[in-house]
Each structure stands twice: as C-alpha cells, then as structure tokens.
Design a protein around this ligand. Structure first.
Ligand code: SAM
Length: 300
C-alpha cells in the first residue's frame, strides 16, 4: 500500500510506501498529536486487516465511499487507492492538517471537519450520483463510544447507501446480526435487518490497534436489501415503535407501547396490536422484522 511521505510531498511525487505505524509515528512525533480516549481513537496498525476490509467491502473505482473517522488516514488511503471517490468525515481538529497534507495529492479526496452525526451526507451522496456514481458505500473503524447512534442515524436518514462495512465492538456486531428472541436482539437489530442483510465478516484482536482497546472487535457488513421485507409508509413511525418496544424489553407490548404519542390508553394499544395480528401480551423481543413492519402499517 503506497503512501506519501513529507519528503515525497515536497518533491511533488510518490516514491516509497508508508506503513500505518510510520503514519502514526509521523503524526505523534513530529506533530505532537495525542490520542483522545473520549473520541474513541484507536488507530489500525495492521495492513492485513486493511486488505481484508477492502475485500469485504468489494471496493471498486465505481464506488463513492464515505469514511467515518479517518484518524491518521490509514483506512482512508486504502480507500483512495481502491475507490472512485472518497469523503472522509473527522471530528478532531488536531487531525485535519495532517490528513490534508498527506492525502491531498489524491485528486479523489474530500475531507470534512465535522461531527458525522451532524453532517449532511445526503448532499454529498446526491452530488456523487449526479457525477455518475451508482454505488454508495460507507466504511469506518468506528469510534466505539458512538457506534450505535452512528449506525442508527445512517439507517433512519434513509440515505441510498448500498453497503456499510464497519469495524465495531464484537458485542455490537453480534447485536446487528442477532435472531429474534435472543438476548442480542434489539432495536439496532430490527432497524439494521429491515433495510440490510447483516453479517459479521471477521473478528479482530485488540493487538492490531494503537492504543489497544479494552474490548474485542469485529468487522460487520450491512448490505442493503434490493427490496425491503415489507412496505412501511412511515419509517419514522416504524423506528419509534421499535424503540418503544425495546425501551422496556421485559414488558408486554401493550404496556411498552403505551408510551407512544397519540395513544389514549392501553386498550387502544391492544386494539392496534390485534389489528396487526399480534398478541398484545407478547414481548417486543419475540417479534420478527416482518411483524414490526406489520405493526407500523396498522398503527392508526
Ligand atoms: N480510521 C482510523 C483508523 O482506523 O486508524 C481511526 C479510527 S478511530 C477508531 C475513530 C476515529 O473517529 C477517530 O479519528 C476519531 O477522532 C473520529 N471520531 C470520533 N467521533 C467522531 C464523530 N462524531 N464524527 C466524526 N469522527 C469522529
């Protein structure tokens, strides 16, 4: 994997490869960068994992790729070499000059200094589609403190994303790929599996990060269904119902869903559940994706 050193940049040409560790050393030793634990900064140090991620996401020149949290640009550089165009969104101001300097020689690189939860990814996606990119992918070694909100936002915003490949805590990977009536099955599972096929692709040891995280990691792939399992006229209502059902997961559905707005009493909740063909005394964790969709269709 080729990377640009400072000397090469001064000379305006690429000469020798820079490894992930060399990038991290350059960043910490010559730029005084310090890792911020609260931003979930655990940088990848292993090129094999990078190659496995590129393969798992099947990145090609036809892809427009968003990277969440580029850090020192280790995953980013792999993406710039494999993809058509890349947008990297990084919250930490301290990383921006380094990313700009080391990656700006790539003509297909765009960098936003922003919190990804606030970023208007839809506008960038529409521009790429207008430029002829037909496949949109999102890749990231995600900051672990905010993994679930990031994935939920991408799903809830209804963006036309074909594939997402994330390095996340192993425990969250298991939740994404869980089956109904298991302890891992929850709002994240239903949200993800309604829109996507969710697969854990491979496990990753803490040894391949700097600094090493306290938890085991895994790479998950979310591939958008060509056709969703059911029609839901109001996705926001679907997500609200799913969150309410799992908000109090030990409660029966007619109790848990009584927190929904515009329901007068539990009898009305029971009526709506029955209209959807769902027994009101079941718990949310026993409902399949299709049953949640049916509930959203009959919630009126
Ligand atoms: N991609 C790099 C790698 O694999 O070496 C860094 C991954 S590190 C686990 C997570 C990165 O996400 C950090 O660079 C961190 O500053 C950034 N980050 C944290 N919260 C963020 C947010 N809300 N929006 C965008 N970037 C964020």
């Amino acid at each position: 994997m080729k990377a640009l050193t400072e000397l090469q940049m001064e000379q305006g040409k690429a000469v020798a490869p820079m490894t992930p560790m060399e990038k991290i050393r350059l960043l910490t030793q010559t730029r005084g960068f310090r890792f911020t634990k609260s931003l979930g900064q655990n940088f990848l140090t292993d090129e094999n994992i990078l190659r496995k991620m590129a393969r798992a996401a099947n990145i090609t020149k036809e892809d427009a790729v968003i990277e969440i949290g580029p850090g020192a640009g280790i995953v980013t550089e792999m993406l710039l070499q494999e993809a058509g165009t890349v947008l990297a969104v990084e919250i930490d101001k301290a990383l921006i000059p380094f990313l700009e300097e080391t990656l700006s020689p790539y003509p297909n690189f765009t960098l936003w200094h922003q919190d990804v939860l606030q970023a208007d990814l839809g506008s960038w996606i529409r521009e790429q589609q207008a430029d002829g990119y037909r496949r949109i992918k999102v890749v990231g070694n995600l900051p672990y403190y905010v993994t679930t909100p990031i994935i939920m936002k991408l799903l809830e915003d209804g963006l036309p994303i074909d594939l997402m490949l994330f390095m996340i805590q192993k425990e969250v990977a298991q939740r994404l790929a869980a089956k109904p009536a298991t302890k891992d099955y929850g709002a994240l599972t239903v949200g993800a599996q309604f829109y996507c096929r969710a697969e854990k692709v491979f496990d990753v040891s803490p040894q391949v990060f700097m600094p090493k995280p306290n938890v085991a990691s895994a790479v998950v792939r979310l591939t958008r269904h060509e056709t969703p399992p059911a029609d839901i006229p109001d996705p926001a209502l679907f997500f609200a119902l799913v969150k309410a059902a799992f908000g109090q997961r030990r409660k029966t559905l007619h109790n848990a869903l009584s927190v929904m707005p515009e329901v007068e009493n539990k009898a009305e909740v029971a009526r709506r559940l029955e209209a959807a063909g769902i027994d009101p005394i079941r718990r949310g964790e026993t409902l399949s994706i299709e049953e949640f969709a049916r509930l959203a269709q009959h919630w009126h």
